[in-house]
Design a protein around this ligand. Structure first.
Ligand code: F6R
Length: 617
């Protein structure tokens, strides 16, 4: 969602903040702003539009100073405008605030502050919080609690807030300081030599320092060039734990590709290698995971699994459901995290929870994890971001190790989630009925995934040509069966989010029960038709589309014979084991969506209305 960055130290704060904002832009990008303490006033520059617009505006203003805060916005309260962009100033001009999250009781607080004479310029909940801090500051500095009036006024204000926040605040009376705090929105403190960066995402920090402190919910950090102190909303001091980030800023640069999404699609073979590395038993008959914090005996007690996630990660849960049931013969349910958290579903006591989240910060997934833990269930997490909220709050888990994913549309993180789902299915299957030989075959198949992905990627020029022919259509169907039904959903999601084309994913045979009404010359159907026992059934579904003049784009196994003239376009994938089929079948739909979006001139890495990690409900 929104991105936050703040700097305190000896260098020019504006250049560090603007560089950080560029790196955060993928999180939210409808407006951006910066605030610097300059003498006895706070200078704010903010603009609707991309960070580039802000950089242009900032170049016309002198932004000298060594303390400042900056923000990229993904609108929640109030439309996209210069006025609603952050930072917001309190009505007395003493405080500047940037905020990621939602203040749910902002209208009551606003009514209270209006009664006290505060004025408001924007429609945002953030400006309300900024004025609430100013209100408490007025009371604090009048001498009642006097020691650290800046910090205490932020603490007091936050105690009245319902909702979520990651914030950073400046105060003109304390020109060398920042106070920052978090509740359900990520916040990380980068610890340099006599300088500190606070940010919502490590990518804004790594070019300056690799030493970081992950703030926890309900914590505040008070920063000056001399040092920092962490305390809780309840005023308890917290001893900081400094972690080290092991990836560098170069990992997140574009390497000659046109977009991050393209780069991330093509780095999938390596990403899958990294996900698997060191995770097979010595006899290569099962998977091994270091961080589950459960013994094999405990694992064998599990009667059911429940997987929860959002978006693409939920599609990975659906694939997990299929593979667990198919190979481990254990019941699995996949649920939207946003539904699970409010559904109050009856649950078997021997259920093990899995949440899947690339960012580890998706608020709905985090809330589902917390609800499952409140009910006393053990929760494991699959996540890509080390130290993320979900990774820290889970009882155990598995890191994806695919490096930062910058493109908003998930690609390498998604296939790595599929790989881990498949490896988990193997792990559970081998504890149950799967034989040593079948386990060894399965491991062989998993190990072959990077090469098979390379072969699927080699179709890129052909898929680009197909994309050119279909880029101007306004409706698409994606149809698949069994483990490829979730990949049909994924294909439809990828296409709609980056090219703004209406697309739907369906189990191929369901198409007759409604979506077939859409079919005609203007609505192509992308069919997954892998070799296997229901290949002929899929061919029948294709015939039904063809009989209604719908163009058919078939994704079929190399060497598989489709009836002549049935497919208008044929894209092949290499023959493979079911354990990796969903991974291999994902590649053509990623490429098709990517090339269609490029053909339509869309902003692939930053599609409209979307943000990389959704930290609001
Ligand atoms: C789609 C996409 C989203 C995410 C979803 C969950 O391309 O990226 O649907 O999969 O927002 O995000 P994480 O995995 O960070 O919890």
């Amino acid at each position: 969602m929104c991105g936050i960055v703040g700097y305190v130290g000896g260098r020019n704060a504006a250049s560090i903040i603007l560089e950080g904002l560029k790196r955060l832009e993928y999180r939210g990008y409808d407006s951006a702003g910066i605030a610097m303490i300059q003498g006895s006033a706070i200078t704010v520059v903010k603009k609707a539009g991309r960070v580039e617009e802000l950089i242009k505006a900032a170049s016309k203003v002198s932004l000298a100073g060594t303390v400042g805060i900056g923000h990229t916005r993904w609108a929640t309260h109030g439309g996209v405008s210069d006025i609603n962009a952050h930072p917001h100033l309190s009505s007395d001009g003493k405080f500047a605030l940037i905020h990621n999250g939602v203040i749910e009781n902002y209208s009551q607080i606003k009514a209270f502050l209006l009664g006290k004479g505060f004025t408001f310029r924007s429609e945002t909940d953030t400006e309300v919080l900024c004025n609430l801090i100013a209100y408490h500051y007025g009371k604090e500095s009048a001498g009642r609690n006097g020691q650290e009036p800046f910090l205490e006024s932020v603490r007091k204000a936050l105690r009245h807030v319902e909702g979520t926040y990651g914030i950073a605040v400046l105060c003109v009376d304390f020109p060398g300081e920042i106070v920052a705090a978090r509740k359900a929105s990520p916040l990380i403190l980068g610890v340099g030599d006599g300088e500190f960066i606070v940010a919502s995402d490590a990518s804004a920090i790594v070019s300056q320092t690799r030493n970081v402190v992950y703030l926890k919910d309900g914590e505040l950090v008070h920063i000056s060039a001399k040092g920092f102190a962490i305390s809780t909303l309840g005023q308890l001091d917290v001893s900081p734990v400094v972690d080290r980030i092991d990836w560098s800023v170069e990992v997140a640069s574009m390497d000659g590709y046109a977009h991050f999404m393209e780069k991330e699609i093509f780095e999938q073979p390596q990403a899958l290698e990294n996900t698997m590395r060191g995770r097979f038993s010595e006899d290569s008959s099962t998977a091994l995971f270091g961080g589950l914090n459960m013994t094999p005996a405990e694992f064998r007690q599990i009667d059911r699994f429940l997987f929860c996630a959002c978006g693409s990660a939920w599609h990975a849960c659906l694939v997990a459901e299929h593979l667990f049931e198919r190979f481990a013969r254990v019941p699995v349910e996949a649920d939207y995290a946003s539904e699970f958290r409010y559904r109050n579903a009856p649950l078997d006591p021997q259920t093990l929870f899995f949440v899947i989240s690339q960012s580890g910060e998706t608020i709905d997934t985090l809330a589902a994890l917390r609800e499952a833990k409140r009910k006393g269930f053990r929760v494991l997490a699959i996540s890509n971001v080390v130290g993320s909220s979900i990774a820290r709050e889970a009882d155990g888990g598995i890191y994806q190790h695919v490096g930062p994913e910058v493109g908003v549309a998930s690609t390498k993180a998604f296939t790595s989630q599929l790989l881990l789902a498949s490896m988990m299915a193997l792990y559970v299957a081998r504890m149950r009925d799967m034989s040593f030989n079948d386990g060894a075959d399965y491991v062989g198949a998993l190990k072959s995934a990077p090469d098979l992905v390379r072969r699927a990627l080699a179709q890129a020029p052909h898929i680009r040509a197909v994309a050119k022919r279909y880029a101007q259509h306004s409706d698409f169907l994606f149809l698949g069966r069994l483990s490829l039904f979730p990949i049909a959903l994924e294909g439809a999601l990828k296409l709609k989010e980056i090219s703004y084309i209406h697309a739907e994913g369906y189990p191929a045979a369901e198409m007759k029960h409604g979506p077939i009404a859409l079919v005609g010359e203007g609505c192509p159907s992308v069919f997954f038709a892998p070799r296997g026992e229901i290949f002929n059934k899929i061919v029948s579904s294709m015939q039904e589309i063809k009989a209604r003049k719908g163009p058919v784009i078939a994704i079929a196994t190399e060497g598989c014979e489709l009836p002549a003239g049935l497919a208008d376009e044929l894209i092949t994938i290499p023959d493979c084991h079911e354990a990796v089929l969903p991974i291999i079948a994902t590649i053509p739909v990623q490429l098709l969506s990517y090339y269609i979006a490029v053909e339509r001139g869309c902003d692939v890495d930053k599609p409209r209305n979307l943000a990389k990690s959704v930290t609001v409900e």
